[in-house]
Ligand binder design. Structure first.
Ligand code: MG
Ligand code: MG
Length: 258
């Protein structure tokens, strides 16, 4: 997903209300996909469950048709185990007990976008996989806590990096969080690494998608043969959690909670 729009836009209270509605629909779509997870279902089945929620609400899928090697063909990206992001849902990809599945979804409502992702286990998962999921999800909230007016993007990245690397894991430097709102990718870029006090200053009314992508064995990634899916270079497990949020004087307001 390469088409970055670098402009930073501040949203009005009314625009934030629309984004919150989009965020609720996005959360419902992820919950529907999660509910469909069991051994034997395909990643296309999960995508269909999410797509049905968007259709029911009259919302559009933000990922559908995104330019790349070919236009992105689905509502969600679903990435299994070593696959980190941008996995294309497929009727041929059956989930098996012990897999971990990252589901990323974007919803457009009245011209505004909400973007969030979760990682879920299939049946019983390994302790190693559970710990990776716990650390990644916690790192998302550690990053969100830094989304305050006057802080900078480097404060967010540094907080995530310090925690995740302290737990012995790796973060990709090739994919980042981002501004979100009128477009799925607005400025600023929000890396999951950085130096405190550096980067773009945060202001009330900015809306950001924070999305740590954590790998067990390496920070290096590869793009698979389908030209979309990004996987760890060493085949080790990866994990991804994401929320869209608003920076406000009262602190960060997560827009993609149920
Ligand atoms: Mg996303
Ligand atoms: Mg995103």
């Amino acid at each position: 997903m390469m088409s970055w729009e670098r402009s930073i836009t501040l949203k009005t209270a009314h625009e934030l209300e629309i984004m919150r509605e989009a965020g609720k629909i996005n959360a419902e779509a992820l919950a529907a996909a999660k509910k469909a997870i069991r051994p034997g279902v395909t990643t296309a089945d999960l995508d269909a469950a999410a797509a049905e929620v968007l259709r029911k609400h009259g919302a559009k899928a933000a990922f559908l048709g995104v330019p790349g090697a070919f236009p992105y063909p689905a509502t969600t990206t679903i990435s299994v185990n070593d696959e980190m992001v941008h996995g294309i849902p497929s009727p041929k990809r059956k989930l098996v007990e012990g897999d971990i599945v990252s589901i990323d979804c974007g919803t457009i409502l009245d011209g505004f976008v909400a973007d969030s992702a979760i990682t879920c286990g299939v049946g019983e998962i390994s302790e190693q996989a559970q710990r990776l999921m716990d650390v990644t999800e916690k790192s998302l909230y550690i990053g969100i806590e830094q989304c305050l007016p006057g802080n900078r993007t480097g404060d967010i990245g540094n907080a995530i990096e310090t925690y995740v690397e302290g737990e012995g894991y790796h973060l990709t430097h090739e994919y980042t969080g981002h501004g979100v709102g009128r477009s799925m990718w607005e400025g600023p870029s929000v890396p999951n690494y950085g130096r405190p006090g550096r980067g773009v200053p945060l202001r009330a009314g900015m809306t950001l998608a924070i999305e740590p992508m954590v790998l067990i064995g390496t920070e290096r990634t590869v793009v698979l043969a389908d030209q979309w899916c990004v996987a760890s270079a060493d085949g080790s497990l990866t994990c991804h959690f994401e929320h869209s949020l608003a920076v406000t004087e009262a602190g960060p307001v997560i827009l993609t909670l149920p």
